[in-house]
Design a protein around this ligand. Structure first.
Ligand SMILES: C[S@@+](CC[C@H](N)C(=O)[O-])C[C@H]1O[C@@H](n2cnc3c(N)ncnc32)[C@H](O)[C@@H]1O
Length: 272
């Protein structure tokens, strides 16, 4: 019988992982040039990119927006971050960007993926101002009651709630608006909602094919109209420049070719 190479060569950080099944966290890690992915993740990611080549640029622009938004929050005095669906650590993680701007910044990461959880915990060892929760963001009350959240964040002071490239993995029948409200209702005035979300803008057939591939083997996504995405900011008015394409949100460098048609909408809202 053929040996199961993936099982035999499995690194210790993937002990609890079915490496034969593609996963959104590890596919995204592959798009970003990371090393924490397996053959099944890479194969499906390449199939997705064949239908939607802009996926690579989209992942990079998303991370670039995330870094700018974190620096913006710190500059505005918001130094606590709850990063929901934080992903596998990569270059320029939220705690690194935030603590470079203010060493007292506090960050809690939340993700369901065991690889993201394991690597984040390793990276955060010894950092008392940051923590990792293995949790499902669809359950705000459970996440907010986690001992790590209680130990790291002071919910009487403003918190930036980050839902970056993850809410499109919550389908309509799981009440994404209710999920967002579940976090913002628990936060004081001055808190921020930092959101990036796949949209229906510039939709092409390849995106349907890519979505079908995700749904077959990993997690399907729900692309939403600009109006629906803007609705997630109910009670948390958007700061300038509003809900825009990722590259148009307070850019700090000239736009790269192709960013003007990327279907990723982003915004930062402030709770009054
Ligand atoms: C596309 S990655 C985005 C990572 C990071 N936020 C960023 O923008 O670079 C989506 C992440 O959300 C996580 N995720 C998806 N659904 C989730 C859920 N219900 N609860 C927690 N994490 C979730 C995945 O495991 C993955 O790590």
């Amino acid at each position: 019988m053929e040996p199961d190479w993936a099982e035999w060569m499995r690194p210790d950080w993937a002990e609890q992982v079915d490496v034969t099944r593609p996963n959104v966290a590890r596919m995204y890690d592959y798009y970003l040039g990371g090393m924490h992915n397996f053959a099944a993740d890479r194969e499906l990611a390449e199939q997705v990119l064949a239908h939607m080549p802009e996926g690579l640029l989209l992942a990079r622009e998303n991370r670039s927006f995330l870094r700018r938004a974190v620096r913006h929050c710190v500059a505005d005095g918001v130094t606590q971050f709850l990063d929901l669906g934080s992903g596998i650590p990569t270059v320029g993680n939220v705690h690194q960007v935030a603590q470079a701007a203010d060493p007292a910044a506090r960050v809690v990461y939340v993700d369901t993926d065991p690889v993201a959880v394991r690597h984040s915990r390793n990276l955060l060892a010894g950092n008392e101002l940051a923590g990792m929760v293995a949790g499902d963001l669809r359950y705000p009350a459970v996440v907010l009651a986690d001992p790590v959240v209680e130990a790291v964040l002071d919910l009487s002071r403003p918190v930036a709630v980050l839902l970056v490239s993850v809410l499109h993995f919550v389908p309509d029948d799981e009440d994404p608006s209710g999920v967002v409200a579940g976090y913002l209702d628990a936060m004081p005035a001055g808190s921020r909602l930092v959101l990036s979300h796949g949209s229906t803008l510039d939709h092409h057939d390849g995106m349907n094919d890519a979505e079908g591939l995700y749904r077959q083997s990993a997690t399907g996504w729900t692309l939403r109209t600009p109006e629906v995405i803007a609705g997630f900011f109910a009670g948390c008015p958007l700061e300038p420049p509003g809900l825009v394409r990722a590259a148009d949100w307070r850019p700090d460098e000239p736009p790269r070719p192709g960013t003007d048609s990327l279907p990723l909408l982003v915004g930062v809202g402030r709770k009054p």
